[in-house]
Design a protein around this ligand. Structure first.
Ligand SMILES: Nc1ncnc2c1ncn2[C@@H]1O[C@H](COP(=O)(O)OP(=O)(O)OP(=O)(O)O)[C@@H](O)[C@H]1O
Ligand SMILES: [Mg+2]
Length: 485
């Protein structure tokens, strides 16, 4: 049984009304999830203030309300605590409610603009999924248990509830994606990290953070939390690496292609089968083969290997786990491999598209064919930028639809096409994504790579009036099978 006063930190509350020594059955920030006896933390969000739903929480039987607002006269039946920072209180109370489960786990936080999802999955594989829980875009999982998440880094009550289950199930480690938003919004304030991994940095999520500097500062805060017996794992090739290293109070290792990186490839080859490489590490050489494709995945592998080495995992175990690891759904997935290769990836920004095309230029022996579109009712400025990248880095392009939503598919395609340089003519347009994929497959010759970008693991296409089932991988199989019949 938990009492409200033991969940509240000493410095968090400014004022209160009612009995603080009241039993609390749960901590929620969504009033719809409040159960009888629960504590409702009314968070002031960007669009809405949780204070508007206190009535709903009380109607559902809340025993206590926590808010930045002073006690409201309307709800005398509940204990009301006014706090300085609602999000900090939410995190601290949720952690205490679940007995600070992160202290019973070795927690590895993975941050960066790209590569978090794959790196987290790799670390889980290298450390062993039986004892290592994972949290991220793919959901929360350990051993045979998995549950979906809406956010890359869920809100504190969801995070700590999952961690408590992982501890109960015998997990010793947790590896998690730490988004910059979660750092800014205090979601991970009460997680005791023992390692933090920095994968990469580029301009993304500026809608949320405003400036690159704020975005970087958010990421940096994860590394500033680490103490002297902790480890930072830093991408030494990234221009932001040295800036992070300067701020560290812990031990660190660097990985990357540069000669000065602690973990670097001595030899490597990218092919349609995957990656073969020999890594130089402080513990000697590690030779491996992986089914992951492309240069950026060698960086993700080096990040994960660094993390595992710091945890004391041996070289043989690392090689075996890398050989067994299957690509993460929707990220550089092979949809067809024959004399040419067809790859499905969810790159849907100019930056991601550029990474993808550059990586597969090194894999393709022939041409690079690209099928892509841009989402409707979303950021229109990226359409011409995506066109620029496509025109510069692909040999042939088919422009198609990618969730047109409320917009006319042809109008989105026209915005993209307007972004091509006047001299670029190696493109076609086909609003029907199934037909567009068919066009690209018809053009492919031996040694070529066909990249189908934008949807990745999504299995739908959203139109103004309907959402239909659509899966890039399924469509590729359906088109390729008859050719082999
Ligand atoms: N280390 C990397 N450096 C640059 N680009 C990468 C790297 N790893 C993956 N990518 C590219 O970025 C895309 C996103 O990768 P991933 O899903 O691992 O990122 P994420 O950090 O989890 O992103 P999100 O914020 O969407 O959860 C991949 O599909 C690939 O095209
Ligand atoms: Mg992710």
């Amino acid at each position: 049984m938990k009492y409200l006063d033991e969940l509240l930190g000493k410095h968090e509350s400014l004022a209160w009304r009612g009995d603080l020594h009241v039993v609390v059955s749960g901590i929620e920030f969504d009033s719809r999830r409040v159960l009888p006896g629960g504590c409702y933390v009314a968070v002031k969000g960007f669009r809405e203030d949780g204070i508007a739903y206190v009535g709903d929480a009380v109607a559902r039987g809340a025993a206590a309300v926590v808010s930045v607002h002073p006690p409201a006269a309307e709800y005398p039946q509940v204990t009301w605590v006014q706090v300085k920072n609602d999000r900090r209180a939410l995190s601290a109370m949720a952690s205490r409610f679940f007995d600070n489960p992160s202290r019973s786990l070795k927690v590895i936080g993975v941050t960066g603009t790209n590569g978090k999802t794959t790196t987290v999955a790799l670390v889980q594989e290298l450390l062993g999924a039986a004892t290592t829980a994972a949290i991220g875009t793919l959901g929360m999982s350990f051993a045979a248990s998995s549950r979906p998440t809406k956010l890359t880094t869920p809100e504190a009550p969801e995070l700590f509830a999952f961690m408590a289950d992982a501890v109960k199930a015998g997990c010793a480690n947790l590896v998690m994606e730490v988004s910059s938003a979660s750092l800014s919004l205090n979601r991970v304030d009460d997680i005791a990290f023992s390692q933090a991994v920095f994968t990469s940095f580029s301009g993304d999520h500026l809608d949320f953070h405003g400036t690159m500097e704020n975005y970087f500062e958010a990421k940096l805060s994860l590394f500033k939390k680490l103490g002297s017996d902790h480890w930072a794992i830093i991408n030494g090739d990234d221009p932001m690496g040295p800036r992070i290293i300067r701020e560290l109070n812990c031990r660190y290792v660097t990985f990357g292609f540069s000669q000065t990186a602690d973990i670097r490839p001595l030899k490597y080859a990218f092919s349609m089968e995957g990656i073969k490489a020999v890594l130089q590490t402080p513990r000697g050489k590690i030779e491996f083969q992986s089914r992951l494709l492309g240069r950026f995945n060698l960086l993700n592998i080096m990040a994960a290997v660094s993390s595992a080495l710091v945890k004391g995992v041996g070289a043989d175990r690392i090689s075996d786990a890398l050989a067994a690891f299957m690509p993460v759904k929707g990220r550089a997935n092979i949809a067809y491999a024959g004399d040419f290769l067809v790859v499905v990836d969810y790159a849907h920004t100019d930056d991601a598209l550029e990474n993808l095309l550059r990586a597969f230029r090194e894999v393709a022996r022939g041409k690079l064919l690209l099928v892509f579109g841009a989402g409707g009712s979303r950021d229109k400025t990226k359409r011409p930028r995506m066109a620029q990248v496509a025109g510069r880095l692909a040999d042939r392009v088919v422009v198609t639809s990618d969730n047109p939503r409320q917009e006319d598919p042809q109008a989105i395609i026209a915005d993209i096409v307007a972004g091509f340089d006047p001299g670029f003519t190696a493109y076609q347009t086909e609003p029907d994504r199934r037909a567009a994929i068919g066009l690209a497959l018809d053009m492919a010759a031996a040694g070529d790579v066909v990249l189908i970008a934008g949807k990745g693991h999504e299995n739908y296409q959203i139109f103004r009036d309907r959402t239909v089932h659509f899966d890039d991988v399924e469509v590729v199989r359906e088109k390729m099978e008859p050719r082999h019949a």
